[in-house]
Design a protein around this ligand. Structure first.
Ligand SMILES: [Zn+2]
Length: 116
């Protein structure tokens, strides 16, 4: 079976994005998808108490870069600290219930600045 674009300008062997060599000659290590984490000290988390239907409260922690922070891990720490359930939705950590004070002190203990 011939190559799909044989004889056309697209008939080029695949090359490595990083060294530019054909993939058969590339000696680059496999790509590691390491997200760039930001130090907590340079970030300000915004805490807000939100009211949900049926009178439920949710503590929302926003303004944290989803790429600069491991929000899932942070949410797990906050959930443990507040003894509540929670989720990460659209880059916002939500804790079920009113945990403003506990979440704020937990964030500060990690190093984040906070504002309400
Ligand atoms: Zn390479």
């Amino acid at each position: 079976m011939g190559r799909l674009f044989a004889g056309t300008p697209w008939d080029r062997p695949p090359t490595c994005d990083r060294c530019g060599k054909p993939e058969t000659e590339c000696g680059c290590p496999p790509p590691v998808n390491t997200p760039k984490r930001l130090p907590p000290e340079t970030q300000t988390a915004r805490l807000k108490l939100e009211k949900r239907p049926k009178g439920k409260h949710v503590t929302a922690i926003s303004d944290l870069d989803p790429d600069g922070n491991d929000l899932v891990d942070l949410a797990a720490k906050l959930k443990a600290r507040c003894g509540s359930g929670g989720t990460v939705k659209d880059g916002v950590i939500e804790l079920q219930g009113d945990h403003l004070a506990a979440a704020e002190s937990a964030l500060k203990a990690i190093g984040y600045k906070t504002r309400r």
